[in-house]
Design a protein. Structure first.
Length: 368
């Protein structure tokens, strides 16, 4: 057995020298002379082209100091994570533990991050989420446009997020993101049976336009804010309609809507909501009440028609009386009127007349 061995290590390689299975030293590129008279030495060649260096004896190798100047060593605690950048590009996201990264062929940089705040924010978040190890260490939540995301950490609300993709470190806390719709919505209040002040039962359909103004209140104060608003609208409708008689209700539906809106605006604030508008869509009466109202309407319209006819007849008689007084006081005007009548008669018949000093009627000689 030769006491001396020559070993060539290439540029992209490093040699791990073990004596009887125990790490001894790191062999650098070039010719390396190994004195091994007893044949106890073994060498493992590893490539440094790949940045990550993993080995069963990594802790021993690191503690020996052999990697100084050859690799970047990260010893991450339980609450630490690292973003590894290689040649300016994200390479991986690494969790707690010991990591060695070869620096011989690449520019390697690491960002050590405290994961205890749970939420992870970074200008390059979309790229980081695509890196190796990101899906294992990070969980994501997407908040759609027009929504807010309420973050509950171990059951407590911690922050409200806007639209976009957000990331949280796994293992630090129980995280839940609750989306809340902030867009304007419409609630139909349908089939509400109400009794008016004059004891008429009717069904009323209303429409409430609203939006979430305070997402935290809307999610925490009530189980279902839309259902809570629907319930309050039903109660408010009963309160408003119950104080009005049927005729007043039918003639002033806009007034009912305004009064209802005023009530709901104040009550909706407690649920984190903002009422934008309220409208009465339909007032549905029982069948017999419809017949009664139809007969009343028919009688009212008939009376109005009769009144209009009487007014027109009165106006015509008054006009005739005025005309007679004018003719009586002005004989010449009367004679002109007679001539106009003759002109109209002459258009349809042969007429012979004799004009004299007397009235025209007395001088008519022949009418064929």
């Amino acid at each position: 057995m030769f006491p001396m061995r020559m070993l060539h290590i290439r540029e992209h390689e490093r040699g791990l020298l073990f004596e009887r299975g125990v790490f001894s030293r790191l062999l650098l590129p070039g010719r390396n002379v190994i004195l091994d008279p007893l044949g106890r030495m073994t060498v493992e060649k590893v490539s440094v082209r790949q940045v990550g260096f993993e080995h069963r004896d990594l802790e021993v190798i690191v503690r020996s100091g052999a990697l100084a100047g050859q690799a970047l060593v990260l010893d991450l605690k339980d609450h630490e994570r690292a973003l590894v950048w290689v040649d300016g590009r994200i390479e991986s996201v690494r969790g707690p533990g010991l990591h060695a990264l070869w620096t011989a062929f690449h520019e390697v940089r690491a960002e050590v991050i405290d994961s205890r705040p749970v939420r992870f924010e970074h200008p390059e978040l979309p790229l980081i989420l695509q890196a190796h190890g990101a899906r294992v260490l990070l969980e994501t939540a997407a908040v759609a446009a027009g929504h807010a995301g309420l973050v509950f950490q171990d059951g407590r609300h911690t922050v409200t997020l806007g639209p976009g993709v957000h990331a949280f470190w796994r293992g630090e806390a129980m995280v839940r993101v609750l989306p809340v719709d902030l867009r304007e919505r419409a609630a139909d209040i349908t089939g509400q049976e109400i009794m008016t002040a004059d004891k008429v039962t009717l069904r009323l359909n209303a429409l409430v336009i609203f939006r979430v103004a305070d997402p935290v209140k809307a999610a925490i104060e009530v189980e279902d804010h839309a259902q809570a608003l629907h319930r309050q609208a039903q109660l408010a409708l009963r309160a408003v309609v119950g104080t009005r008689e049927l005729d007043g209700l039918l003639s002033d539906k806009d007034g009912v809507a305004r009064q209802l809106e005023g009530i709901l605006r104040g009550e909706a604030v407690a649920f984190g909501l903002e009422v934008k508008a309220v409208g009465i869509r339909d007032v549905i009466l029982p069948g017999e009440m419809k017949d009664i109202l139809n007969r009343v309407t028919e009688a009212r319209k008939a009376a109005e028609a009769t009144l209009v006819t009487r007014r027109e007849e009165t106006a015509a008689i008054r006009s005739q009386a005025n005309t007679a007084r004018i003719f009586e006081s002005n004989p010449t005007l009367m004679r002109l009127r007679e001539l106009e009548v003759l002109e109209k008669v002459a258009e349809k018949a042969n007429l012979s007349v004799v004009l004299g000093d007397g009235g025209l009627a007395d001088r008519v000689i022949k009418l064929l």
